[in-house]
Write a protein that binds this ligand. Structure first.
Ligand code: 5GP
Length: 199
């Protein structure tokens, strides 16, 4: 059980995993349970229906994104699925971790590698689907993309999983076969990490 002072220790948490694996649900649960702060990324991807600028992402043009990159405003950045650019704004992360917050990044494997290099104390978690077949089923169920896009994300997901399993970027892999258990596992790892750095 973590003490109140553990909760005051700042921690940068990186969550990665393929689309459709339940990252967003897990991230939002950690925000609520542990008082975590979600880091809102900048992206050149068009806003999807239901998404809010400044809450889900800061939607930027290619030019605006490049200007931010040139200014060194990103802690990490990557082109994801060979398509759009995504980046984590550096200043809010530094400020909130220094203020003792749990700051949560939902970023891809390329970004996680950059963060781990820049901030080795960051806790990096990779969320795995129970199986390839289940991942494909969940991607289809979201009804967010067309079949070509779904297949591209599915192929990319298999590459991401292979990379995550064969690299030392991630401190732990969590299989999301049962959502509550996956959230509990993440909470345990976070509390453990905060306790480890105690004193
Ligand atoms: P989506 O377009 O489905 O919202 O996100 C696609 C992928 O981009 C997800 O795997 C997500 O984790 C990743 N992503 C979102 N924001 C960032 C970011 O700031 N940096 C990096 N490297 N990846 C991101």
């Amino acid at each position: 059980m973590a003490s109140a002072s553990d909760q005051n220790r700042g921690l940068l948490l990186v969550i990665s995993g393929p689309s459709g694996v339940g990252k967003t649900t897990i991230t939002r649960a950690l925000e609520r349970r542990l008082g975590g702060v979600f880091s809102v990324s900048a992206t050149t991807r068009p806003r999807a229906e239901g998404e809010v600028d400044g809450r889900d992402y800061c939607f930027r043009s290619d030019l605006e994104f490049q200007q931010l990159a040139d200014e060194g405003a990103f802690l990490e950045q990557a082109q994801v699925y060979g398509e759009y650019r995504y980046g984590t704004p550096r200043e809010p992360v530094d400020r909130q971790v220094a203020a003792g917050k749990l700051v949560i990044l939902d970023i891809d494997v390329q970004g996680a590698r950059q963060v781990k290099q820049a901030m080795p104390d960051a806790l990096t978690l990779f969320i795995m689907p129970p199986s390839d077949a289940e991942l494909l089923r969940r991607l289809r169920e979201r009804r967010r993309e067309n079949e070509t896009s779904i297949q591209r994300r599915f192929d990319e997901a298999k590459r991401e999983i292979a990379f995550a399993q064969g690299s030392s970027v991630y401190d732990a892999h969590i299989v999301n076969d049962d959502l509550e258990r996956a959230i509990d596992d993440a909470c345990c790892l976070i509390n453990h990490r905060r306790t480890m750095y105690q004193g």
